[in-house]
Structures are given as C-alpha cells and as structure tokens.
Design a protein around this ligand. Structure first.
Ligand code: ADP
Length: 386
C-alpha cells in the first residue's frame, strides 16, 4: 500500500485552487499554495501561501520541497521544471509526461490519433502555403490554432478561404515562440460536450456523467448534466474513451475531455485539460463527490469517491463580471428566491467578462432547472439592472 500524501502543494492561486481548498478541509489534507500574488482567489483562503513565479525553477523547487505531492490550478508550469522535481523525488500529479498533452495541442492530436481516439482531421502546418494545401484538400472553412498558449478561444481562428491563410501565422507572433500552427477540419458542431474522469496513481479511476457545455465567445458559460438526449451507449462509450485516455497518458487527478458533437451525430475530441475543470463545477452541488475532492483524493493517493448524481439534473451557470460590482450584496435576493440554489463566489474583483463565480441548480426537469440557474446568474451579473 502506498503512502498517503498529507501536504499537497498547489501551483496557481485561481478559483480552482480555492475550490480545492474547500475540499481539502474535510479530508484533513494540508494545502500549500504557490500563488501569483498575495490576494489572488485561493490566497485569500489558504493559510500557507508562497508568492512566486511558477516559471522560475528555483522558486518551484523550494515550494515543492515542503510538499508530499504537487498539483496544479493551471497547466502552464514548464515541463522541464516538473521533470526536475520528479528527479528530486517530488510526486508531481499529473506528471509532466501526461501534462504535456494538455499544454501542446500538436502533441495531444498526434497521441490521441495514435490511440485511435476520434479527432478532427488535422495537420501541423509550417506556413501559409501548407495551410492552403490542407484547406484545399479538406475543404474550407478550416480551423487554425496555436499548439501552445491559447486559452478561452484566443489562439483559434476560423479561416473561410485561402485568402485568410496568413492570419494564424501573424497571430502566433503575439502569442509565443515555441508554438506551431495546427490546421484542423472545421467541425460544424451541434453542441459541445465534456466528460470528466479522475484517476489515482495506482490506476483506480472513475467517470462523471457526460455534460453538455455551452461556450459563448470562447468561454464556458453553462453546463447541463447529464447531456440532454445523449444515448446510453454514447454515454458509456465516451466514459470508456476518457478512462482509456487517462490510463494511456498516465494522468493522475482530473482529466477533462472536451468534445464536439457534429450535426451528423459524430463525436470528436477537441482538447484535454488535466485539472479540475469548469465543466465539472456542477459536481460540488450535484454529485456525491465533487471533482475537487476526487482530484485531491487522486493526488493524495486515496480511494476515489462516488460520482453518482444527487438529483436527475444539474445545471451550472458561470457568473461573469457584469454591472453588479458587489456580488455578496446580490446574494440576499437570489438565495431568498431559490433556497435550493447553490452559489460559489471566487473572491475576485468584478471585471467585465471575467469568471467571478458560478451557480448550480439541481432538479428533476432540464428546462425548469436551467431557468432557475440562469435567473440567479443573470441577477448576479446585473442583467436587467441598468
Ligand atoms: P482553447 O484552448 O482556447 O479553449 P479550443 O481548442 O478549445 O481552444 O477551441 C476553442 C473553441 O473553438 C472550441 O470550444 C470550439 O467551439 C471551437 N473549435 C475548436 N476546434 C474546432 C474545430 N476543429 N471545428 C470547429 N470548431 C472548433
């Protein structure tokens, strides 16, 4: 039996680390944080905070030295630093050889394709001429994306014709130098889906029900779980696929597999994330064990908990910064209107469009539950106040 990690180091101090902190309390785990600043979301609640630069090897090594295992709020720590940690005997979960598939979309596409996982047709293209050749062969429009450094839809371009072929190469200059451009078949999707699995170092793994995710301007704004209308065999196959990916890549912790369902029903993988994920926030209030708790259990090498839902339907809606500057002041009304509603606020300054919290409603009926979650989130975003 392997030793249980008692002190977990979390690199990155955003809302994911904050929600990990909440989950750590009941498990009696000690969380230490390497934060970007003294007041970031998780630094407001974790007691042991180091402020430092996660791209600096010495800073990360010093931080990790006091931890039994290290995990992440984001995927941006350079793998070279993480390999150094592993050589120094630190348990890095997920490890760099897994994490690279969440950092680099070219590596991810090539590995998933080799595993036989359905992905859009793709090619790494060196210049505009190669991109045009891909588009002429596949048909336009084409999706071009940076292999590294993209987020929330930045670094993804829809190109309508060969005339746009220079756009991603120009765009890449502003992003980063170690990235390449990937050309992808444009998937005319009817909706996006997400399946979350959690894997423990020894191999135990669990899968959550598949969610439908709503993206607006490249940002996840809402999820509905279970994904309405998904057939039982599709649900089963998607979970099995995600578990197979987690096993093959050696992921420890949460693996989120983001999917696109084409209008003809075909489902392909868009990308992978290896940390608690926005599309799993509903699990705090809608599943027996939240993704944050299961992530920590996996990182601490503890048995994983039930992913069963606590109600037939769970709807999560993100609260994005809007015209209401004080979210706590808005709670009085939303909590009074709907005692079953659950709110998570991240302690972040309200900036337009920024993720500052989320709400979750659980219920029996998809439409009614969606209505409740959206009503509360819209109120907190200040919609209709102006
Ligand atoms: P990011 O890392 O910025 O989240 P993604 O690769 O997830 O970038 O792409 C962002 C969004 O772009 C996706 O949620 C999806 O809506 C759209 N997208 C990405 N790839 C394709 C594709 N091959 N076909 C159609 N739409 C795509």
């Amino acid at each position: 039996m392997s030793e249980t990690a008692a002190t977990i180091g979390v690199i990155g101090g955003g809302q994911l680390a904050r929600m990990m902190h909440a989950a750590s309390i009941g498990l009696g785990l000690r969380l230490r944080l390497l934060a970007e600043g003294p007041d970031v979301s998780a630094a407001q609640v974790v007691r042991e905070v180091s402020v430092g630069d996660y791209t600096d090897p010495a800073t990360v090594a010093t931080f990790a030295a006091g931890c039994d295992a290290v995990t992440f709020d984001h995927e941006h720590v350079p793998t070279a630093i993480l390999h150094d940690l592993e050589r120094a005997g630190v348990a890095v979960r997920p490890g760099p050889d897994a994490l690279v598939h969440a950092q680099d979309k070219a590596v991810m596409r090539s590995r998933l394709t080799a595993l036989g996982v359905p992905c859009p047709a793709y090619r790494v293209v060196a210049d505009a001429a190669e991109l045009v050749a891909f588009g002429d062969q596949q048909g336009w429009p084409v999706i071009a994306k940076t292999s590294r450094g993209g987020y929330d839809g930045k670094g993804v371009w829809k190109l309508d014709s060969a005339a746009d072929a220079a756009v991603p190469f120009d765009g890449l200059q502003g992003l980063r130098r170690d990235a390449v451009v990937i050309a992808e078949e444009f998937v005319d999707f009817a909706r996006e889906l997400s399946v979350l699995v959690v894997r423990r170092a020894g191999g135990q793994a669990v899968a959550y029900p598949v969610s439908e995710t709503v993206q607006t301007d490249g940002i996840c704004t809402a999820t509905v779980t279970p994904a309405p209308g998904l057939r039982a065999d599709q649900e089963r196959d998607l979970k099995a696929m995600a578990l197979r990916i987690a096993e093959a890549l050696g992921v420890v912790g949460v693996l989120a597999v983001e999917l696109m369902q084409a209008r003809d029903g075909r489902i392909v993988v868009n990308e992978l994330a290896m940390r608690p994920h926005n599309t799993g926030h509903w699990t705090i209030d809608g599943a027996r064990t939240s993704q944050f708790e299961n992530h920590l259990r996996a990182v601490a090498d503890l048995p994983l908990g039930s992913t069963a839902m606590t109600a037939p339907v769970a709807v999560m809606v993100n609260v994005l910064g809007g015209s209401r500057p004080d979210l706590v002041a808005g709670l009085g009304k939303v909590l009074a209107d709907d005692p079953g509603l659950r709110v998570q606020l991240y302690g972040k300054q309200v900036v337009p469009g920024r993720k500052v919290g989320h709400v979750t409603a659980v219920g029996e009926d998809v439409d009614a539950t969606m209505e409740r979650a959206w009503r509360a989130a819209n109120y907190l975003m200040g919609a209709g106040d102006e």
